[in-house]
Design a protein around this ligand. Structure first.
Ligand code: AMP
Length: 583
């Protein structure tokens, strides 16, 4: 492991919100972080109040809160006062239609202002917000609406017609579909969002939710079964706010850009809530990745804090340092990354090209917020995820039959575990309490990741303990992909694995066996790829499909994805004693 630090200067340490991690770990914790928020009378807490209204109450209503850059070069800007007004209006519109406390409002919108207003407006109304990727295909959309019993949905007219309307009859909970942008005709059972808002006054008093009331629903993927709906409560804002300040070093004068889509938890916790809580200006870029465009944005908008992901960093590296050097990026002062392993080379590259290293941090949908990070005041060890946040206890564990034990020694791999009880901890998997409980043991939450810790207390990512796939930062459940494949009439069985890929980390590869009467052919293979893309959307569908005669399985009949992967990569096949078929 490379052990060369990228050192921080005394001036950098002193300018950071948290000048010294060791001292902060002694002096700060969740009680202190609670006191960084205003709360509502009677110990009530609402994420949207802390993110938006509070700044207006404190006289900062005229500061720029949100700066939106459209695909076509248009821009829109909202001050905190304007954002308060528009989120009040959205909340009132929901309330006037009989929605409020506990209402599940989903979004399938791209990164447009309406998505951000709806997220905060729903929270103000006491509802639960569930952002979905607009790139999801009809099946992932339907299953997530079904599991979460979505009642309200924001969607574009085109996406509605393509992905929701055909399944509408099977979604009995879905009562209000709000369309934006405005369509020539509103299909039956839908409402034009602009019209609905146009008829509604911007008058609403933020609902005084209990800190334990459900606020956010984020879908994630496991190895087996349906997508998991991780439930978060309003109290999560304690972590969003604290980590925004400590791990991303956000100051009110910052211009901050989080490149993540709110359909992924990062794009909500750190693409909506944390920067607004900090009173910073958040930039929202509607378009997808383009190296030239990104550098142009960083320069023109004078971004000071930038939070992105390893896939994007690798693409920037490929585009070359020259491109970066054509732009004046001198305003950038803090760079952070999350979502996949960030290799040491990428950190060193950014230190050379931008004059600052990327600060890797680690967390997941279930943790709701950053748990382990490289901080502004801390020397960076390239390739390491950093150290736990004040208030977070992380451990490398050996998992026994019925007990956990910390792994002895340094740089020894084990299961990354977190002591349960931080405020942004997920509260359940919706409708799957047993599955939720299984992730805890002896008061520790088992993250599903393998990691190790070095002699200086820095954590290093080793890999996943399960079969889920990480592609371009998206967690993909093999079961969801397999289920879509076996719906094709020719497919008998399917097994899906992640294949290492230099650019996006892993790409999805599927193996299928065919029903009697179907013959393997190139044409069928192409048909299967098209079938999967149509059902699942391009973000989840397999890039490669191989038609096999048989799949390896255990004696109990479970297909062994791990063995397929080992064979594909030419790795040792490990213990195959429980294997039945070795085709
Ligand atoms: P998600 O819930 O979609 O945010 O995915 C969380 C998973 O992404 C984690 O459990 C890790 O497997 C992976 N991950 C997140 N951050 C990092 C990181 N800094 N280094 C390596 N893997 C990461």
């Amino acid at each position: 492991m490379p052990d060369d630090f990228i050192r921080k200067s005394q001036a950098e340490r002193e300018a950071a919100n948290m000048p010294d991690l060791a001292i902060a770990r002694e002096e700060l914790g969740w009680d202190a972080f609670r006191s960084w928020l205003d709360y509502l009378p009677g110990g009530r807490l609402n994420i949207a109040y802390e993110a938006v209204d509070r700044h207006v109450v404190h006289g900062h209503g005229e500061r720029e809160a949100l700066r939106w850059l459209s695909k076509n070069g248009d821009r829109r800007s909202f001050t905190f006062a304007e954002l308060k007004r528009e989120t009040d209006r959205f909340a009132r519109m929901l309330a006037d239609r009989g929605f409020g406390k506990g209402t599940r409002a989903y979004s399938l919108l791209g990164r447009v202002p309406e998505l951000y207003i709806a997220a905060l407006g729903t929270l103000k109304a006491g509802g639960v917000f569930c952002p979905l990727y607009s790139a999801f295909g009809p099946e992932p959309v339907r299953s997530r609406l079904e599991i979460g019993e979505g009642e309200v949905l924001l969607v574009s007219p085109r996406t509605y017609t393509k992905k929701v309307a055909p399944a509408r009859k099977r979604l009995p909970h879905l009562q209000l579909v709000l369309l934006t942008p405005c369509a020539d005709q509103t299909p039956e059972g839908t409402v034009d969002l602009a019209q609905a808002l146009g008829e509604t006054p911007a008058e609403f008093e933020c609902v005084a939710t209990d800190p334990q009331d459900m606020a956010l629903l984020h879908f994630t993927s496991g190895t087996t079964g349906k997508p998991k709906g991780a439930v978060h409560v309003h109290e999560a804002v304690i972590a969003h706010n604290a980590t925004g300040r400590i791990a991303l070093d956000l100051h009110p004068e910052d211009i901050y850009w989080c490149t993540a889509d709110p359909g992924w938890v990062t794009g909500t916790s750190y693409g909506i809530i944390a920067p607004l809580c900090a009173g910073a200006t958040m930039v929202i870029e509607e378009a997808e990745f383009d190296a030239e465009r990104w550098y142009g944005l960083l320069e023109r908008e004078q971004v000071t804090v930038w939070y992105t992901a390893p896939t994007a960093i690798r693409l920037l590296m490929r585009a070359g340092a020259e491109l970066a050097k054509e732009h004046d990026l001198s305003r950038l002062r803090f760079l952070a990354s999350v979502g996949e392993p960030l290799n040491a080379e990428a950190v060193q590259w950014s230190a050379r090209v931008f004059g600052k290293p990327f600060h890797d941090n680690w967390w997941q949908t279930e943790t709701g917020g950053i748990m382990i990070a490289n901080y502004a005041s801390m020397d960076v060890k390239p390739g390491s995820m950093g150290k736990p946040l004040p208030g977070v206890e992380a451990e490398i564990m050996e998992v026994g039959e019925d007990a956990l034990a910390p792994v002895e020694g340094v740089m020894q791999p084990g299961h990354l575990a977190l002591r349960a009880g931080w405020p942004s901890m997920f509260r359940t998997y919706l409708g799957e309490q047993e599955r939720y409980e299984k992730t805890f043991q002896d008061g520790w939450y088992l993250t599903g990741d393998l990691a190790m810790r070095d002699a200086d207390g820095y954590f290093w990512f080793v890999g996943r303990a399960d079969d889920v796939i990480k592609s371009a930062g998206h967690l993909i459940g093999p079961f969801e992909v397999e289920s879509a494949l076996v719906e094709h009439p020719a497919v008998a069985e399917a097994a899906v694995i992640g294949m290492p890929d230099e650019r996006v980390g892993e790409v999805v590869k599927a193996y299928v066996t065919l029903h009697h009467g179907h013959e393997p052919s190139e044409e069928l293979r192409k048909q299967l790829i098209a079938h999967a893309r149509k059902k699942l959307g391009a973000a989840i569908a397999p890039r490669q499909i191989e038609i096999s005669d048989d799949l390896p399985r255990t004696r109990s009949g479970k297909i062994m994805r791990r063995l397929l992967k080992a064979r594909e990569l030419g790795l040792p096949e490990g213990d195959t004693s429980t294997l039945e078929s070795t085709a």
